[in-house]
Design a protein around this ligand. Structure first.
Ligand code: 2AM
Length: 480
């Protein structure tokens, strides 16, 4: 191959390999480089006849690319805080002396958004261009079309647009990629996407747990999810849940899910979302509950010990099965709406603080395909923001207001039923608690203000006086 490549990718782990094959399949010639050359050789040998160039050195790799070069880095990133330097930084440092003005470096990993902003600034100082792109869809998405959330200067996006649009997933003919915003906006939105994903997954697990406690067989639960996937809750996660529950262990014939240890792992983006919500004073209680549920699940030893010490009610669910399925459906759907309302509230708040000019409706629209949270109902979110771009909270859009109104009786019954039977539903109940708090004209924070004024003279406003006037009461002394 004598002609220069259109695109280059560094890091041939599974996601990297799949992305390369995806880009190549859209008609582009792709150069690849991996630190361990044997991996590059194997990859090239495995795909004869494709427009691929395997480079043994970084110099050779850079030289094989057409200018302005477009180089995506897909190496393992372990950094949590901005001060940490990781493999992405190491690769960037090696690239800098080899690149020319206006070449584009793309980080397609799950980098922390502040790290992305640091790299964006650093590379700009060197006359290079940087894109921090969140890529969601797992291995299959990377190969067939992921949802891509790129951040960086709009002018750099314009250069990358043809490649990004052709490799992304498509829904109704629309590519699942838009320019999210400047700086770290892309990785930020990907981080919240992951938080929402945590919420969706936990809610599904709580539904499963209720059915299990109600005496459903795993096959019966699989069928419930498969049926739901034909309806308004159609989503990738509901679909794979049905399929996962159907899967039998070849050795024992037992559903494989029932053989899997109940200890969940996490890579950190959920926790980053929590920290960011706390910094922005935005409530994301459903996502919080989901992250915390994973943490508690991982404390298996402590739970096993406590299960012998702490008492609870005996499970006794007598609800008719079909009726229970409908109730849990409604509880799940309503809770999911709350989770998205909270996640979008966080994105909106942060976008305003950072002046990113985010378009929530379009962000929801690029989550409709390719990514892990892809779902039919995301269309409704896009519609809601198209109708009213200034929507203060998703719950208040006519479609969702109506949905929450129609589902709430069943939602309340499911949270009550689970609670009375001692079945943990932290995300279902956090969602309901948010709904009831948000819609409360008066919360008991009047008493809270009294307490604060009592011990700390923090003052309070009065219902019968103008806003902004502060009062203090001489409370009785209580210490002897
Ligand atoms: P390797 O095959 O040489 O280990 C996931 O680990 C991917 O990131 C792999 O392609 C791996 O390369 C690459 N990677 C991890 N750390 C790296 C580093 N410091 N420099 C370059 N590539 C790295």
């Amino acid at each position: 191959m004598s002609q220069k490549s259109d695109f280059g990718l560094i890091g041939l782990a599974v996601m990297g390999q799949n992305l390369v094959l995806n880009v190549e399949s859209r008609g582009f010639q792709v150069s690849v480089f991996n630190r361990t050359t044997a991996t590059t050789d194997e990859f090239i040998a495995k795909h004869p006849g494709k427009k691929l160039v395997g480079a043994k050195t970084l110099e050779e790799f850079v030289q094989s690319l057409a200018t302005p070069r477009k180089i995506q880095i897909m190496v393992k990133s372990n950094a949590v805080k901005d001060s940490d330097r990781d493999a992405v930084d190491a690769v960037i440092e090696q690239l800098i002396p080899l690149l020319e003005k206006d070449d584009i470096v793309i980080d397609g990993g799950n980098s922390y958004y502040l790290t992305t902003e640091r790299r964006d600034k650093y590379l700009a100082e060197k006359g290079l261009r940087f894109i921090g792109a969140g890529v969601s869809g797992g291995e299959e998405g990377a190969r067939k079309g992921p949802s891509i959330m790129p951040g960086g200067p709009a002018s750099t996006w314009e250069v990358m647009k043809p490649i990004f649009e052709s490799i992304s997933a498509k829904v109704d003919g629309e590519p699942c990629v838009i320019h999210i915003g400047t700086g770290g906006a892309g990785h930020y939105v990907k981080m919240i996407h992951n938080g929402i994903e945590y919420g969706d997954m936990q809610l599904i697990c709580e539904a499963y747990n209720i059915f299990k406690n109600a005496g459903f067989t795993t096959d019966e639960i699989a069928k419930v999810f498969t049926d739901w996937n034909d309806g308004d809750m159609q989503s990738y996660l509901i679909q794979i849940t049905g399929k996962a529950l159907e899967q039998k262990d070849p050795e024992t014939g037992t559903p494989i899910v029932e053989l899997i240890v109940d200890k969940a792992g996490q890579k950190g983006t959920g926790q980053w979302t929590l920290l960011n919500a706390a910094e922005n004073a935005v409530v994301i209680s459903t996502i919080n509950a989901a992250v915390e549920a994973r943490i508690l699940s991982s404390k298996k030893k402590a739970r096993v010990a406590a299960s012998k010490e702490l008492t609870g009610p005996t499970v006794n669910i007598t609800t008719d099965k079909a009726e229970l399925v409908q109730k849990v459906h409604d509880a799940l759907y309503a809770s999911k709406v709350i989770s998205y309302a909270q996640g979008l509230d966080l994105i909106k708040t942060m976008g305003e603080a950072k002046n990113w000019g985010l378009d929530l409706g379009r962000i929801a629209s690029i989550w409709r395909g390719g990514c892990i949270i892809r779902a039919r109902f995301l269309n409704k979110i896009t519609d809601a923001y198209r109708e009213n771009a200034e929507l203060s909270n998703l719950m208040l859009a006519p479609f969702f207001k109506d949905l929450l109104s129609k589902t709430q009786q069943n939602w309340r019954e499911v949270v009550s039923l689970a609670t009375l039977n001692g079945i943990p539903v932290p995300a279902f109940s956090a969602s309901l608690g948010y709904y009831d708090s948000y819609r409360a004209e008066r919360l008991p924070a009047n008493l809270l203000q009294a307490q604060r004024d009592f011990f700390g003279a923090h003052t309070y406003e009065r219902t019968d006086k103008p806003e902004g006037e502060f009062f203090h009461t001489e409370w009785p002394e209580v210490i002897g």
